[in-house]
Design a protein around this ligand. Sequence first.
Ligand SMILES: Cc1ncc(COP(=O)(O)O)c(C=O)c1O
Length: 370
Amino acid sequence: MRIAPFRLERYFARYEFSTPYLLCSSDCESMELGDLLALEPGAGEQFNSLWLGYTDSCGDPQLRQAIALLYEQITADQVLVHAGAEEAIFNFMNVVLDPGDHVIVHAPYYQSLGEVARSIGAEVSEWRGDSECAWELDLGDLEELLTVRTRVVVVNFPHNPTGFLPAPEFIRELSALSDRHGFIIFSDEVYRGLEIDRGDRLPAFADVNERAVSLGVMSKTYGLAGLRIGWLATRDDDLSREFAAFKDYTTICNSAPSEFLAALALRQAETLVERNLRIIRDNLDRLDPFFHSHRELFAWYRPRAGSIAFPTLLRGKVDEFCADLLEKAGVLLLPGTLYGKGYNSFRIGFGRKNLPESLDKFEEYLRTSG
Ligand SMILES: Cc1ncc(COP(=O)(O)O)c(C=O)c1O
């Protein structure tokens, strides 16, 4: 298999652990193992006596049960646990696509959502959000992109990197289009649960459409990226069986400690999500005045969900701007060009506790660089 380098991940590999002020992380603040175990009486003892043999290849039954509770229509046996969302994307694309198929991806996009399809020999078209209009997607644009070969439409709400979240009617209309045209909706929902206003939460696509596949993960909403636990959920049982069979060639089964901890975290989901939303709200309340006072330099949309946004740089080239900020102030932003050509925007993350410190450095840089 030949696959192009993952630009964003290579950038993080270079800077993530050597830069003092990370201001573009997409996940929420993580926690120490002891703090997670302390959320349930007796969890520490159970963790110490955990058996470290192979685990159930579809995922620990208790974990699958806890994941199923995030959905309305999905049962535990319709959940397949993977090593992070990344493995789940890889498996989905490899099971569903053949060379020559057509895939449409909500853009800009987290590269693997299109790149894996391309590596299989599928043709990938971009369904671009409108940068002039808070990154809105237009269903009319999607209809124009559809061909008889369109096998999959990939969407990502709340969206990485723009934070875009459509209205519920949009989901129903997209589902109806899928039924009419026969394509499968692959719905990357890794930021679901991070709606600033709970009433804005969209239904999961696996609940709305019988053939759709929802993707979830512990990394973003719950801040537990180091567990490397993600999942696919679908009511299409034939597809589920194919995913399970393919996984025998990637990880076979998951890490037992990670599955134990993920199940615990999901039982305590409300506590974890509330904590993360508090961080996000506080950070957004700092970002609003920051961007307002620099409105001649940046175009800012306050997202309704998620832990990232994609402000546009109004003067100069974003690559040069981000490189200079990194060099002079040690602040890491993610230039939009890592998502593709023509995005003179940058990703900013606001799920971490140290945002105030990083933003102060950013402010100081802007003040001193004139
Ligand atoms: C939209 C989206 N999908 C999938 C992933 C992969 O998640 P993980 O790293 O937890 O496997 C990410 C990670 O940044 C993401 O932003």
